[in-house]
Design a protein around this ligand. Structure first.
Ligand SMILES: Cc1cc2nc3c(=O)[nH]c(=O)nc-3n(C[C@H](O)[C@H](O)[C@H](O)COP(=O)(O)OP(=O)(O)OC[C@H]3O[C@@H](n4cnc5c(N)ncnc54)[C@H](O)[C@@H]3O)c2cc1C
Length: 454
């Protein structure tokens, strides 16, 4: 519990207008976009600098007060929910684009800038930051969860775009890790330690990003298959053929039906792959398309070479799956399963997930970043119907266990948060103990986002 004196000292650091104990702010910062129950902090603070965060963490560390960074609040596993109360640091006022060095394809940002605004600002340089989780997330939140999204196949994850990080450690020290050089073999790669650490090791305040040139040409294709396993098998074949589309996404029949209905599309209602190719010229993309046609020769229908407008409509629909489901089933709740498996096991995990839904008597939608072996299942249940929710959680657990048996991972991109903690032992074995030791070394008093990951 924070004392009145603690609150006075915090107010002295940031001023009264950037600290709130008001009901509505506590409520707003008690949840993310997941099914996990809310939990309120005792105070919300909007810092403006690493120095302010340093002073806050020094106080919190000396008093054993929990501190949870909170950014876009778009996590899907309870990652920023302050389950032990304490202080929430809302990072969104630290949203400056600090510099762009177009000749180096680099930009430095404060952690609270969201990637949509960053990309708008980068357009004039002909550059962009490719990771796109589909929700309006901040760069700091994306680094902390190592977010990926639809274009990770060609461009890689958020972590793959991080060159340097400024981090405030729980003790209040401000450290800079990494280098502006694109390559470095200089000692332990400490920046990788903070990527995906979900706010449990410190607060990321600034990030130097590696950028990409905006592609000049796009080609989109949609391949519809008669059966689920044919679509899933085509994924491995496409990748095996050496194709590197920017995106290779899977949707099951029910998901296609739903997006048709709510987004004015007329796709064949069968298991479907969406592909996007990006490049500097049309000729290379046409070659990719030709290879794709050969691999997908057995598809029910293959629409290729779609123009930019059609492509935008398709990807808009893909991004809106979560919202479309909410529109189709007002008041419904959902668990978004997030697993990834080796590519050869993709057909098996898709089939297994379908069966798990049936066996548990549940409705759910399957889609995912198939090109990287990633599968999501949005499992629906009615809020307040405890027995149905328990079945949804059991189906989620079954799919995660199966992914681990297939030598995959419990989370491809959403992070561990609260929802995946119970699978960590099975996934990591003894190396989980090493992670605990690293946490204890950096955060001996356990103040940073306590109760997450472990
Ligand atoms: C509709 C929808 C679709 C999504 N699709 C995808 C997808 O395709 N791919 C994907 O990867 N994710 C996806 N997500 C999940 C989510 O958008 C990402 O995990 C995103 O990275 C969260 O960023 P955020 O800014 O909202 O962070 P938050 O949710 O606020 O926080 C995320 C975590 O990072 C910590 N944190 C935040 N800022 C900092 C900081 N500055 N320093 C240290 N720790 C910090 C928090 O404590 C928390 O643990 C989706 C979410 C939604 C709602």
């Amino acid at each position: 519990m924070l004392s009145g004196e603690d609150l006075d000292r915090l107010r002295a650091i940031v001023g009264p207008e950037r600290l709130s104990t008001g009901e509505s702010e506590l409520e707003l910062h008690s949840k993310d976009e997941s099914y996990h129950p809310p939990s309120r902090p005792e105070v919300v603070i909007w810092p403006r600098s690493a120095e302010e965060i340093s002073a806050i963490l020094k106080l919190a560390n000396s008093r054993g007060i929990p501190v949870t960074p909170w950014a876009g609040g778009t996590s899907l596993e309870g990652n920023p929910i302050p389950i032990r109360g304490g202080i929430v640091l809302d990072m969104r006022l630290m949203d400056r684009l600090l510099w762009v060095k177009p000749q180096d394809l680099q930009a430095r940002v404060e952690a609270g800038l969201d990637f949509v605004r960053l990309n708008k600002r980068l357009e004039r340089y002909g550059l962009f930051f490719p990771p796109d989780p589909g929700a309006v997330a901040t760069i700091g939140g994306m680094v902390a969860n190592d977010a990926k999204g639809v274009r990770a196949m060609k461009y890689g994850s958020t972590g793959d775009h991080v060159l340097e990080l400024e981090v405030v450690l729980p003790t209040g020290e401000i450290v800079e890790v990494g280098s502006r050089a694109w390559r470095s073999s200089s000692g332990y790669d400490l920046k990788r330690l903070f990527i995906g650490s979900e706010g449990t090791l410190g607060v990321i305040t600034a990030i130097t990003l590696r950028l990409q040139g905006l592609p000049a040409e796009f080609l989109a294709a949609v391949a519809s298959f008669a059966a689920l396993e044919e679509a899933a098998e085509a994924v491995a074949e496409l990748v095996g053929a050496g194709l590197i589309p920017a995106a290779l996404e899977f949707m099951d029949e029910e998901t296609v039906t739903l997006i048709n209905k709510f987004n004015g599309l007329a796709l064949p209602e069968s298991p479907t792959l969406f592909l996007e190719f990006q490049g500097s010229g049309r000729a290379a993309l046409e070659d990719d398309l030709q290879l794709m046609r050969e691999v997908c020769a057995d598809a029910l229908r293959l629409e290729a070479g779609l123009g930019r407008e059609e492509r935008d409509r398709l990807w808009e629909a893909r991004h809106l799956i979560h919202d479309t489901i909410r529109k189709a089933f007002p008041g419904i709740a959902g668990i978004v399963v997030d697993v990834a498996v080796p590519l050869s096991c993709y057909p098996e995990i898709v089939e297994y997930a379908k069966r798990a839904l049936k066996e548990h008597g549940l409705k759910g939608y399957l889609f995912g970043h198939a090109g990287l072996g990633g599968l999501h299942v949005e499992i629906l249940y009615h809020p307040g119907e405890r027995e149905e929710q328990a079945r949804a959680e059991a189906a989620n657990a079954a799919i995660v266990h199966r992914a681990l048996e297939l030598e995959g991972t419990a989370t491809g991109e959403h992070g561990v948060g609260l929802g995946k903690r119970r699978f960590m032992e099975k996934e990591h074995g003894l190396s989980l103990e090493l992670m605990r030791k690293i946490k204890a070394l950096l955060d001996p008093n356990g103040i940073m986002n306590p109760g997450k990951i472990f």
